[in-house]
Design a protein around this ligand. Structure first.
Ligand SMILES: Nc1nc2c(c(=O)[nH]1)N[C@H]1C(S)=C(S)[C@@H](COP(=O)(O)OP(=O)(O)OC[C@H]3O[C@@H](n4cnc5c(=O)[nH]c(N)nc54)[C@H](O)[C@@H]3O)O[C@H]1N2
Ligand SMILES: Nc1nc2c(c(=O)[nH]1)N[C@H]1C(S)=C(S)[C@@H](COP(=O)(O)OP(=O)(O)OC[C@H]3O[C@@H](n4cnc5c(=O)[nH]c(N)nc54)[C@H](O)[C@@H]3O)O[C@H]1N2
Ligand code: SF4
Ligand SMILES: [Mo]
Length: 736
């Protein structure tokens, strides 16, 4: 049989590597990094190779499942949608729109059709009870950037190819491959930075894989980044090093900011965060004098009680030192499609609004249209008007990925009706009444809707499916559209093409008014996500403008360039990229200054003696890749890292067992003694605990690991963003 070579973007993590997939007939013969990909130049990680395992995994669902006599059994697509039609609309009719909740998980951001059509499904549902992985992850950064720059996705990223001083706080891109920063081959780019004389510094409670390739690593006490960062800002003012340069005309709030950080002297912050005052001052000074410097913070700085404040202060530091929007500093990518900060009038906008409503039970504010994932269980449990009685999950496994999973699992068991659009029967979807699987990623086309907004270079890449899907299997965008049709009262056998045309026509009318008809005509022949992509590209900043710029981008141009199109290094975009009402970078948004008072009160708090943080592993991805043979092999990954002093105190031996307790739960786990840990800090990865009955993950169940999130208190959130607190949890430890 003839071997074929396909160029394919990996849809598994934010690095978005270009892969070369070789096939023979229906079989994958090899997966390598595509050396000629304009963006990733041959890089890949073991998960990219495991796409072949995912394609072939016998546990990956190929047909819908329907609950009959308590058990999920295979059924036809027609039967599955008929069941949804029979059971979902009555719940809404009887109890209102908010009685149907939606939960979107991490892969939604990585699947072309899912991301574009989840938005349509959510609009069709019109429920306030919208939950996603964002509130287990990056909502604090989105909120702080929204307040400062005017849009939730205007997140500056390090311009690593030109940077010569990079401070990484609470991120481990050597393992995670970058987040809110699309940077395939971080290792190679970090090595190049150092080779040209630059310095890489890491602040983390663990000496991570990234710390090991850095020039310097500083331990920080978990959850105290706000103090370090506020003290660095304090030091800049104190030493007269506030020098925003070209940006000065575009910054609002410098004076209120100076006053707000006055209490955060490096000396006070040092006692709280564990980094000496002299070091805090030195970090601030080095950032200020670096010709091309940048601070980058990620999940460690978000998933904590002061997540929004810490995320904000990272960008404040870049702005005050003139490193924001400067080559080699923190820059705004210009995405070729779907980016709000390339649409509308440049330089000014409506800004963002939060708290348009609040969660019913805890009163947590709405942020970016969502409520905190950690509120889902109580919204199902608590009777009254607006109680959640039915749920649609899309690529979401909160029973493992969110704190309070055991409680949530019990709550899911009480729902009137639950539908899961998912690839597996896992810890969450085992509770569904209907499970609707998607295609293998190799059977779907791909374009990264979100990640060009966070890319280290501007780029555009599209890949076609590698394999034809099985006959009759809908793509996930079609499944979401059909669910939308049911919720909108169009019925399970609505004409999807007509519905899709109608939704598009309404959007075109909003965008183009009288010109809508002509635009629709130009998009003829395309459908679904491809049609939306063509529209977004052609009207985007590099687009052909439907003929006005004949050299510009369109889907056809991308299809003719499978290795991608490089759109050049990041270029300064301020003030044009701003969408704040003032047209300025808001350095001192009042809500953040008010919240800083909460941090000030925490300055002299006494830290608990022993706290727990999370960890990622290259051969794992959150909760769902433990069933793939090439990733599952090798040493046990769900282990507890313990500093030698803490091990000695608790009487633990390397390779022995420990019992870890918090929040009324106790876990038994294997121990690795490691002086990579800060004393008093333990590390355990998340996404494990595959021993729950009813899941169908046969390989994962052989080495289930334990669920870190069982030890976390789901009531702990960053009050501004609603993000869960996932680190710094006080725990007790004893030999197992
Ligand atoms: N303690 C702790 N908890 C954490 C974190 C942490 O650092 N510490 N990290 C958090 C973060 S950053 C995130 S993003 C969340 C992630 O948590 P979730 O959003 O729950 O995502 P995953 O755990 O990755 O699970 C992905 C789900 O999508 C399904 N899936 C996979 N591929 C497809 C597909 O193509 N289509 C469909 N429909 N389904 C698919 C899988 O079967 C699984 O059910 O976890 C969070 N949880
Ligand atoms: N291999 C692999 N890659 C992944 C994932 C995966 O599960 N596995 N998940 C993907 C997802 S969904 C995301 S969001 C990204 C996340 O990408 P990253 O943000 O790079 O995630 P982590 O590797 O968890 O790095 C977080 C670091 O913060 C540190 N930390 C914990 N608490 C604190 C604190 O209070 N302060 C400071 N300063 N540091 C702290 C941890 O020790 C850890 O080294 O990774 C993505 N990539
Ligand atoms: S780093 Fe690995 S998982 Fe992430 S996109 Fe690249 S190959 Fe895929
Ligand atoms: Mo994430």
């Amino acid at each position: 049989m003839q071997e074929k070579t396909h160029h394919r973007i990996c849809p598994l993590c934010e690095a978005c590597c270009g892969l070369e997939v070789r096939t023979e007939g229906a079989r994958v013969t090899s997966i390598r990094g595509a050396a000629d990909d304009v963006f990733s130049q041959g890089y890949l990680c073991p998960k990219g190779v495991a796409l072949a395992d995912l394609h072939e995994d016998p546990d990956r669902l190929r047909t819908p499942l329907l609950r009959r006599d308590g058990e999920l059994v295979p059924c036809s697509w027609d039967e599955a949608f008929a069941e949804v039609q029979r059971r979902l609309p009555p719940v809404i009719a009887r109890h209102g729109r908010d009685a149907l909740a939606l939960a979107a998980g991490n892969p939604v951001a990585h699947r072309f059709g899912l991301l574009l059509y989840f938005a349509r499904l959510a609009r069709a549902c019109g429920s306030r009870n919208l939950f996603s992985a964002s509130t287990l992850d990056q909502m604090p950064k989105q909120l702080s950037c929204g307040l400062m720059f005017g849009h939730w996705l205007s997140v500056p990223v390090p311009d690593i190819e030109r940077c010569d001083w990079l401070l990484v706080i609470g991120a481990n891109p050597m393992v995670s491959n970058g987040s809110l920063w699309t940077v395939p081959d971080f290792r190679g780019r970090a090595r190049a930075l150092r080779a040209r004389g630059g310095r890489l510094l890491v602040v983390d409670p663990r000496r991570t894989e990234t710390a090991r390739v850095a020039d310097e690593h500083l331990f920080i006490r978990p959850g105290t980044d706000v103090h370090l960062l506020a003290a660095m800002v304090h030091a800049l003012f104190e030493e007269g090093r506030v020098a925003p340069g070209r940006l000065a005309a575009h910054l609002a709030g410098i004076e209120p900011l100076r006053q707000a950080v006055q209490a955060f002297t490096p000396e006070r912050a040092a006692r709280r965060c564990g980094i000496e005052a002299g070091e805090i001052r030195r970090l601030a000074r080095e950032l200020a004098v670096a010709p091309r410097g940048c601070v980058y913070g990620r999940i460690g700085t978000c998933t904590q009680a002061f997540g929004t404040l810490a995320s904000w202060l990272v960008d404040v530091l870049n702005a005050l030192t003139g490193q924001l929007d400067r080559p080699g500093g923190a820059m705004f990518p210009e995405a070729p499609a779907f980016a709000a900060n390339t649409q509308g009038s440049p330089g000014r906008g409506r800004g963002i609004t939060t708290a348009r409503h609040a969660s019913r039970v805890s009163g947590a504010p709405e942020v970016y249209g969502e409520l905190p994932m950690t509120c889902l269980a109580e919204e199902i449990e608590t009777p009254g008007e607006g109680q959640v009685r039915s749920l649609i999950t899309v690529a979401s496994n909160p029973v493992l990925s969110a704190p309070g999973g055991a409680r949530l699992a019990r709550a899911l068991g009480r729902l009137d009706f639950m539908v899961s659009v998912d690839a597996y029967v896992n810890e969450t979807t085992r509770h569904a009444h209907v499970v609707l699987p998607g295609l293998s990623p190799l059977e779907e086309s791909h374009y990264d809707v979100a990640f060009p907004q966070f890319s280290y270079r501007n780029q555009a890449r599209y890949s076609a499916p590698v394999f034809e899907p099985a006959a009759g299997a809908p793509a996930e965008w079609q499944t979401l559209l059909r669910l939308g049709a049911i919720v909108m009262g169009r019925g399970a056998d609505a004409d999807l093409q007509a519905l899709d045309d109608e939704l598009l026509a309404a959007e075109l009318r909003r965008q183009f008014g009288d010109g809508a008809g002509a635009v629709a005509e130009s998009l003829k022949g395309l459908r679904g996500p491809e049609r939306l992509l063509d529209l977004a590209l052609r009207t985007g900043p590099y687009g052909d403008g439907f003929g006005r710029r004949p050299q510009g981008l369109s889907l056809a141009v991308l299809q003719a360039s499978p290795r991608g199109i490089d759109l050049g290094p990041l270029a300064p975009r301020l003030p044009a990229a701003l969408r704040t009402p003032s047209g300025q970078v808001e350095l001192a948004p009042p809500t953040l200054l008010a919240d800083l008072e909460r941090a000030r009160l925490d300055l002299d708090a006494t830290p608990p003696p022993l706290v727990l943080i999370g960890r990622r592993d290259v051969r794992s991805n959150n909760s769902w890749m433990h069933n793939l043979p090439t990733l599952a092999k090798g040493p046990e990954r769900c282990t507890l890292l313990v500093h030698p002093q803490d091990a000695q105190r608790a009487g633990l031996a390397d390779g022995g067992r420990a019992r870890l307790a918090a929040a009324g739960s106790e876990l038994e786990v294997g121990v690795e003694i490691s002086d990579d840990m800060m004393p008093g800090v333990l590390s355990l990865p998340h996404g494990w605990g595959h021993d729950l009955p009813g899941s169908r993950l046969h390989l994962a169940a052989q080495r289930p690991g334990v669920n870190l999130n069982a030890l976390l208190d789901e009531r702990l959130r960053d009050p501004l963003s609603g993000n869960a607190v996932l680190g710094g949890t006080a725990v007790s430890l004893r030999a197992g």
